[in-house]
Design a protein. Structure first.
Length: 380
């Protein structure tokens, strides 16, 4: 990992840019756009001196919101063990549970394990199928990896490639900008190409494919109780109606933590465009709470006794990019822009590397993009 640190961080004073379009523009060796699990792990591998030449830029008012949403939705699913064997040196930041949580479906007043006999009777959207895989809970220490890094909170305006110094410039709506030799993108390919000023740098089909990847809305309700309210653990599919086929709410419920003295439960749904208005979200939240009270009598009592802490988050859910053929553009992307790296749940991967993890999606894919980046830097 020493080589990774040297190349990403501050090799020496010469590692800072020696050429820039505007000498007053702050320059760094590496510029990171956005913050996610992969970026936390990346920064965790650097010491304070290495971080001094790295700039992290986030534009969320609270950039931990996206992490909360991801932690509520995204357990390690798919080819978990195979993926985690490749993603090493993470003990300081990433803690992974030893056992997977079972997937259960509420039917006829009981939670039933998902079986081959039951699956055909469950009508799911394309994105909901991801949650049918058993998942392993995890926790991530975000604050430790962010310390000592140059962290800016800005609203992105544009991204440009400076041909004269072979560097990237990111401009912000407040008039400021930053320049770096390497650009590491955590905000996803779609946002990157939306911000890119000169799209002719890349082939049209590449921009069209990577720049139009679709992200879905998600609404998450996080419930925290100081007693065991939810007796069923795992990924839970709860019908929106017990009498009509109206879709499902999905929950990830962890066991009661004796160490923390709380139980955390995350319930969410993926609204369509017609269901994304504030009024529709409010109605759906009320329905979710009604269904939870029917399914979990202890939850109803806890609500009456004001023993439930509620937090609501609205964000984006990223469907698997594998089906859209994003990985087909990886080699072309690397040859055109070798100083550009994507590390996110919708990051394109080297097809040879991705083929080893054909079923890995979302969080697994994000960690694989981190592992791929680390391996590439080692080879440089």
């Amino acid at each position: 990992m020493n080589l990774l640190r040297r190349r990403l961080g501050k090799d020496s004073k010469d590692n800072m840019l020696s050429h820039a379009r505007d000498e007053s523009t702050p320059t760094y060796s590496t510029l990171i756009l956005g913050y996610n699990t992969a970026m936390a792990l990346l920064l965790d591998q650097m010491g304070d001196e290495e971080k001094s030449s790295v700039a992290l830029v986030t534009e969320e008012k609270d950039f931990l919101v996206n992490h909360t949403i991801n932690q509520g939705l995204l357990l390690f699913r798919g080819e978990v063990k195979k993926c985690l064997e490749q993603v090493n040196s993470m003990a300081l930041t990433l803690q992974i549970a030893e056992e997977a949580l079972e997937v259960k479906y509420y039917r006829d007043h009981l939670f039933r394990p998902i079986s081959d006999r039951l699956r055909p009777h469950i009508k799911l959207t394309a994105n909901e199928h991801y949650f049918m895989e058993c998942g392993v809970p995890y926790s991530l220490n975000l604050t430790s990896s962010e310390k000592a890094v140059n962290h800016f909170k800005r609203s992105f305006k544009s991204i440009s490639f400076l041909q004269e110094c072979r560097s990237w410039e990111v401009a912000f709506h407040d008039g400021d900008s930053l320049i770096a030799k390497k650009l590491v993108v955590a905000i996803g390919p779609q946002r990157f190409f939306q911000l890119l000023t000169d799209k002719s740098l890349f082939p049209e089909d590449l921009v069209t494919s990577l720049g139009t990847s679709k992200r879905e809305s998600v609404v998450l309700l996080k419930l925290t109780t100081k007693q065991e309210v939810f007796t069923e653990k795992g990924t839970l599919f709860i019908p929106k109606s017990l009498t009509h086929e109206l879709g499902h709410f999905i929950g990830n419920v962890s066991p009661f933590s004796l160490e923390q003295g709380v139980q955390n439960a995350f319930f969410f749904w993926l609204p369509s465009e017609s269901e994304s208005s504030s009024d529709e979200i409010t109605r759906a939240l009320k329905n979710l709470k009604r269904q939870l009270q029917k399914v979990f009598p202890r939850y109803e009592r806890a609500c009456v006794q004001l023993q439930v802490e509620e937090n609501i988050y609205v964000g984006q859910f990223i469907p698997s990019p594998i089906a859209s053929g994003m990985d087909d553009y990886f080699i072309n992307l690397r040859s055109i822009a070798p100083s550009l790296y994507f590390m996110s749940m919708d990051a394109p991967l080297n097809p040879e590397y991705a083929s080893q993890y054909a079923k890995s999606q979302l969080l697994e894919r994000e960690l694989l993009s981190y592992q791929q980046f680390s391996a590439e830097v080692h080879q440089q």
